[in-house]
Design a protein around this ligand. Structure first.
Ligand code: NAD
Length: 394
């Protein structure tokens, strides 16, 4: 798969699949795209065409380049008759519905069609790559390639080998995807990989502070944005992502972590989802997006804002340190993932060093003392770093 000229298969032409197809075609590959729903591939091609038109308008590519790129993406035809259209692919990436049984059935059918050295990749956000690979006779060639939405825009890709993945498959995959102009990081096959795990407190701790009445939605968003330098506040970001999607990720990480209280979902978020208040796509979430509605004003109290920021930041830094401790990824990859995958203003480990590891530890110990909850337990590695007077980013 080192050769750049391989044909790439993409199965699932929804939000992610169409973006991945566009990225692969932009890198010069011919792409076979399939979807179980008739008409989805055509819809995807129309959406890609519109994106390319915008590129042309912005002079990022010429009209001729856009035509060539679009012509590289071909419709595989109906998948219910099998996956024969993928037999020439050196890499097939699935981006179908997030269901283990569907992904397992797809991979076990696909592996009989493709060449023995073809790589089978999953774009799953929350399932175990091992569980998907486990359905295959040759699980060594199965790997996670986790793109972010929208795939053509977001630079980060998490490469996730399962314990059964052949190490050379993970290496070849990472080098191929880097060649597509993406920043790749390596994550272990653990719930949420890097980004969806380390980012949990950004939402969870903000929700806790909201539920306790420490500050309202607008004030928490203001504090994280204006004082913390985050591009969006947690509530506006949840409304943007979709509260249904964000809640599903939180639940999945919590349950896959055997109900570790650090990841406990918030009832407030559950109620929003139950009420259909998904955020922007439903015009209501934490904020009201309907015409004529007034955005609430934050209380621009700097002392309150700092307290909100410090608490959430201590939890985020602890989560990043614990990800190092549990070998989810290297410290450098965790920094890259959070700055490039979710646009954090700084890497969390470097940020913790700037604040001072002892200060961060002190904040967590104070929270744990006050609440008596395991949720606030400091990572053993944070304690060790403070004891040894070593930086978090080392
Ligand atoms: N949306 C995101 O932000 C995001 C980010 C990273 C990863 N992911 C992951 O990517 C995958 C796809 O997510 P999405 O947001 O694009 O979903 P989506 O619902 O937009 O698209 C999924 C597509 O898969 C098709 N499909 C379902 N079963 C199929 C099958 N057996 N064969 C072929 N096609 C089938 C559906 O018709 C649909 O068009 C999921 O595993 C998801 O967890 C999503």
């Amino acid at each position: 798969m080192s050769e750049r000229g391989i044909q790439v298969g993409v199965i699932g032409a929804g939000a992610m699949g169409r973006g991945i197809a566009q990225v692969a075609a932009s890198a010069g590959h011919s792409v076979v795209l399939a979807d179980a729903n008739a008409g989805m591939v055509e819809q995807a091609r129309t959406a890609i065409q519109a994106a390319l038109r915008r590129d042309v308008e912005k002079k990022r590519r010429t009209p001729a380049e856009a035509d060539v790129l679009l012509a590289r993406i071909v419709d595989a035809g109906p998948v219910d008759t099998g996956y024969q259209a993928f037999r020439g692919c050196g890499l097939v990436i699935e981006a179908v519905v997030e269901r283990l049984d569907v992904k397992q059935a797809l991979f076990s059918a696909l592996e009989n069609v493709v060449a023995p050295d073809a790589v089978l990749a999953t774009n799953t956000s929350s399932l175990s790559v091992a569980a998907i690979a486990g359905a295959c006779t040759n699980p060594g060639r199965v790997v996670g390639i986790h793109f972010f939405n929208p795939a053509p825009v977001m630079p980060l890709v998490e490469i996730v080998p399962a314990i059964v993945t052949d190490p050379s498959v993970a290496e070849r995959t990472a080098s191929l995807i880097s060649g597509w102009g993406k920043t790749t990081v390596r994550a272990t096959d653990t719930p949420g990989f890097i980004v969806n795990r380390v980012a949990r407190p950004f939402y969870g701790e903000s929700l806790r502070q909201l539920e306790e009445g420490i500050a309202d939605v607008a004030t928490i968003d203001w504090a994280m944005r204006e004082l913390g330098g985050f591009r969006m506040g947690p509530f506006e970001l949840m409304d943007f992502i979709g509260n249904d999607v964000n809640y599903a990720v939180t639940r999945s990480v919590f349950e896959s972590m055997f109900n570790d209280p650090r990841y406990t979902p918030a009832l407030t978020q559950q109620r929003l989802v139950e009420s259909g208040l998904y955020g922007r796509k439903r015009e209501r979430g934490y904020y009201d997006y309907r015409q004529g509605s007034q955005a609430p004003e934050p209380t621009k109290d700097e002392t309150l804002g700092r307290a909100v920021l410090d608490r959430t930041l201590a939890m985020l830094i602890n989560e990043a340190v614990d990800a190092v401790h549990r070998r989810v990824a290297s410290p450098a990859d965790i920094e890259l993932a959070m700055t490039r995958g979710v646009n954090y203003p700084r890497g969390l480990l470097a940020w913790g060093d700037e604040i001072g590891p002892a200060t961060v530890l002190g904040r967590l110990e104070a929270l744990q003392d006050e609440y008596g909850e395991d949720r606030y337990r400091p990572s053993p590695l944070l304690r060790r770093r403070v004891r040894d007077r070593r930086p978090l980013l080392s």
